[in-house]
Design a protein around this ligand. Structure first.
Ligand SMILES: [Fe+2]
Length: 190
């Protein structure tokens, strides 16, 4: 004879419900910043977050598709940069949450919001892949600097610090490392 499991042990599966906080709204949190300032900061941070998620994905794609005589070096470098961007994704998302907002999480949602152009599904020439990464970085850097200034003007120093210290500074360093691969410097002279 089978007996039913004890009450409280059966997980309640297939739960459905209403969305409890729509995207784009902010709840009240006692951090000394007004609703409007937190809403604006979340909007700017979510844009940078969507773009950074696309940059992360672009790095992984090109990490996988890399080829040629410098394959190993670039394969490793692009993965290192991807890890750096993934860490920033988490920091921005948690900043949005700490401001009472809803971080863009689903990659399909991020893809709808981003200004980073979609690459072809196939492989491109190596310099084209590197250029594509540089252009994505520049899109993010220009927007991030503007966002940092505006949130600082509104008094949100925490978001300013995150954007400048993580998004801008890491992005600038990664651009340097990538751009140096696009200089035509033969190892020997003919
Ligand atoms: Fe890998």
């Amino acid at each position: 004879m089978t007996t039913a499991p004890a009450r409280g042990t059966q997980p309640l599966l297939h739960q459905k419900g209403q969305e409890v906080q729509p995207f784009g709204t902010v709840k009240q949190l006692p951090i000394g910043l007004s609703h409007d300032v937190r809403a604006y900061a979340c909007q700017r941070l979510n844009r940078v977050l969507a773009d950074t998620q696309m940059l992360y994905a672009l790095y992984k794609k090109h990490h996988w598709l890399m080829r040629g005589p410098t394959f190993h070096q670039l394969h490793l470098l692009l993965d290192q940069h991807a890890e750096g961007q993934l860490a920033i994704v988490d920091l921005i998302a948690e900043r949005v949450q700490s401001l009472g907002g809803v971080a863009v999480g689903d990659p399909r949602h991020a893809a709808e919001m981003t200004r980073v152009p979609r690459p072809p599904d196939g492989a491109e020439e190596v310099p084209v892949m590197l250029s594509r990464l540089l252009e994505a970085h520049e899109t993010i850097l220009a927007d991030a600097r503007d966002a940092a200034r505006r949130v600082a003007d509104l008094g949100d120093d925490g978001s300013n610090d995150l954007i400048v210290s993580e998004v801008v500074r890491t992005g600038e360093t990664q651009v340097w490392f990538l751009a140096e691969h696009l200089v035509d410097t033969p190892l020997t002279r003919l």
